[in-house]
Structure formats: C-alpha cells, structure tokens
Design a protein around this ligand. Structure first.
Ligand code: ZN
Length: 82
C-alpha cells in the first residue's frame, strides 16, 4: 500500500512564497510557480507555516543543514577566499 507523500517544502521555497504573496501576487500564481500545494500556500499566507518549520535543506557545499539558502557559511568562505 502506497501513500502519497507530498514533497517537503524547503525554507527557501517558503520564504520565496511569502515574498511573492507579500508583493501582491495571487495564491494560484504562487502555487503554479513554486509548485506547492494550496494548503501550503494558505498556511504560508496565514503565517502558520514559516521557514522555521521547513524541512532543513542540506548544503551541497559543506553538508550542513540550512534554514536559508544559499548557505551563509559557504558564502562567507567564498568571500574570504576571494
Ligand atoms: Zn555550506
């Protein structure tokens, strides 16, 4: 028996969705563009789903768990190396 499990939203997706909603774009636009479900969009719009509750994303650079992308640690390292 298989149960459909929607893909978890990354923090960056939630932040982006919030930004689009705040800039006046419709929920359906955000759903289509970020490929997220209506329930998620409604929760983001209502403020009950925030980046803090997002599934952490693993950084491809350092392997750390990220709450925001791009990884601040890797970005800093790039700046220092430059
Ligand atoms: Zn990193």
């Amino acid at each position: 028996m298989r149960k459909y499990k929607p893909s978890a939203l990354g923090a960056s997706t939630i932040v982006e969705a919030k930004r689009l909603l705040d800039s006046g774009l419709s929920k359906s636009y955000v759903m289509r563009n970020l490929r997220i479900g209506q329930g998620s969009v409604n929760r983001i719009a209502a403020g009950t789903l925030t980046a803090k509750e997002a599934t952490p994303v693993r950084c491809p650079g350092c392997g750390g768990l990220l709450e925001v992308t791009p990884c601040i640690a890797c970005e800093t390292r790039t700046l220092v190396a430059a």
